[in-house]
Design a protein around this ligand. Structure first.
Ligand SMILES: [Zn+2]
Length: 171
């Protein structure tokens, strides 16, 4: 069975270095959001590989501030190369299972902006996630990472709900 992040499927299991690596990434890009992709074998729940992505939000904000009013302090945007990698991985033996990003200062919640990004459009009664992946949001604070939460699409509630929580660490 290919991995598919749906409400009733098993949760991904993060190898210890994965959490350390994405926390380090969030510290490095603070006070801007980091973003990236997590992969693992398609026949297991394991996640053991991190692909750090470049947050293209500032570039798009500068090109078209009306369409992209937020800067990288408040949003993330995966570039074409990373999106292609994501799409091509989905049918492979090592698919992307999670998209992660950080929230500087505001806490690890799944924002309206995050929902729009995951759906690729405004939410309504027919909107579906663009990719069969979960989302991890990292709570980045000035002097430490306070933790992270995993959000997953709920087919019954038709929105993203928290499905797991990870403890933080001091920098
Ligand atoms: Zn967000």
């Amino acid at each position: 069975m290919p991995y598919n992040a749906v409400a009733d499927g098993p949760l991904p299991e993060l190898a210890p270095h994965v959490l350390q690596d994405i926390y380090a990434h969030a510290r490095e890009t603070y006070p801007e959001e980091c973003c990236g992709l997590l992969m693992g074998a398609n026949d297991s729940t394991a996640i053991d590989e991190v692909r750090r992505c470049v947050n293209e939000q500032n570039r798009y904000h500068e090109l078209d501030p009306e369409r992209f009013p937020r800067t990288a302090q408040e949003a993330y945007f995966l570039g074409g190369k990373d999106l292609r990698f994501l799409m091509e991985s989905l049918g492979s033996s090592r698919p992307v299972k999670v998209i992660y990003h950080s929230h500087p200062d505001v806490g690890a919640y799944f924002s309206d902006e995050d929902t729009r990004a995951a759906l690729g459009r405004e939410p309504d009664e027919t909107a579906e996630p663009q990719y069969p992946v979960d989302h991890i949001v990292i709570d980045a604070q000035p002097d430490h990472i306070a933790g992270a939460k995993l959000f997953r699409w709920s087919t019954s509630e038709r929105t993203f709900v928290q499905a797991a929580e990870y403890t933080g660490e001091r920098s």
